[in-house]
Design a protein around this ligand. Structure first.
Ligand SMILES: [Fe+2]
Length: 314
């Protein structure tokens, strides 16, 4: 696939506005009420193996709302060969849903055919860059479309890493023409856990290749932050969102909420706060410091995959 053509098509993607994650808890509400949400993001794995009600619901929703497909199992950083069976199902779902774009993460999820169902961090150096870019090109060729990759939330860095994550992401876009999903909360979480400047991170990204942002809530545990997606967005993350909004010129924005999911209207209301943070002047009004939330034992990293969440709750 032509890298320049990929870059061009990424830059021509329109901004559909403010979106919500499609969760089974809200299926009936959405189908019956048709709430005024700009678009929905669906977790690809929740639908690609399902021919039953979830797929039927998704088809109906895709008829009325723009949809983006967000995957958690491509495992672009793994040393396993790309899973062609997975890509085949992903491509078939995309053909059916006609998403605005298809995204996954800069991570690996398993090796030797095992899937940990977790987004594991990759070593960031020249060798891994070439490895990952070759795999992105292979995946994009198979999918016949440029893909979009999200910066992960991380809890450690590797001694073998020699490239900053923001540079790694930029090189990825240059070598493959892929787009970027800038998770502002992930930048905040990783910057705290790994001691870097989140403002510098966002400033250094190739802003024209950013097609989407994520915002989310997290659990501050004092010495570290866990990316829980189970609560409201903190003001420091809104500040970074404001910065990213100015630098990107405004792109599709999605509020992730995967645990303790609120009622639909409350979820939507939290998303719509983003409007307050789009104005450049808003930065000047964002004063004050965060109130640290108390530590809650038993919390876990977020996981948006419905079948896994259900099995863990049993
Ligand atoms: Fe995210």
């Amino acid at each position: 696939m032509d890298i320049a053509a990929n870059i061009n098509s990424i830059r021509q993607l329109r901004n559909p506005g403010l979106g919500l994650g499609l969760r089974s808890k809200h299926f009936n509400h959405i189908l019956e009420q048709r709430p005024a949400v700009d678009w929905f993001e669906v977790i690809s794995e929740n639908f690609m193996d399902s021919g039953g009600r979830p797929r039927h619901v998704l088809r109906q929703i895709a008829e009325h709302y723009p949809v983006v497909m967000h995957g958690v199992s491509l495992s672009i950083g793994s040393t396993d060969p790309l899973n062609k069976g997975y890509l085949k199902k992903l491509k078939a779902l995309a053909a059916e849903v006609q998403p605005l774009w298809v995204s996954d993460h800069l991570c690996w999820t398993g090796v030797n055919g095992l899937n940990t169902h977790d987004l594991l961090p990759v070593v960031l150096n020249e060798e891994s860059l070439q490895h990952i870019c070759a795999r992105i090109n292979e995946a994009q060729d198979y999918m016949e479309r440029p893909m979009v990759f999200e910066n992960p939330s991380t809890y450690l860095t590797f001694k073998q890493s020699t490239i900053a994550e923001w540079d790694f992401l930029r090189y990825m876009t240059e070598e493959t023409g892929c787009g970027l999903l800038l998770d502002v909360n992930n930048v905040y979480v990783s910057s705290f856990n790994n001691d870097f400047d989140p403002v510098h991170y966002i400033q250094q990204l190739p802003h024209q290749q950013v097609v989407q942002m994520h915002i989310a809530g997290h659990q501050h545990c004092g010495d570290y932050i866990i990316d829980t997606h189970d609560r409201k967005v903190v003001q420091d993350v809104w500040k970074l969102f404001n910065l990213a909004w100015q630098l990107t010129g405004g792109v599709a924005t999605l509020l992730e909420w995967d645990n303790h999911i609120p009622e639909f209207d409350d979820y939507h209301a939290e998303l719509l706060k983003a409007r307050q943070y789009m104005d450049a002047l808003a930065m000047d009004q964002l004063t004050g410091t965060e109130t640290k939330q108390p530590y809650e034992p038993g919390i876990a990293v977020s996981n948006p995959v419905d079948f896994l969440v259900h099995s863990m709750e049993l």
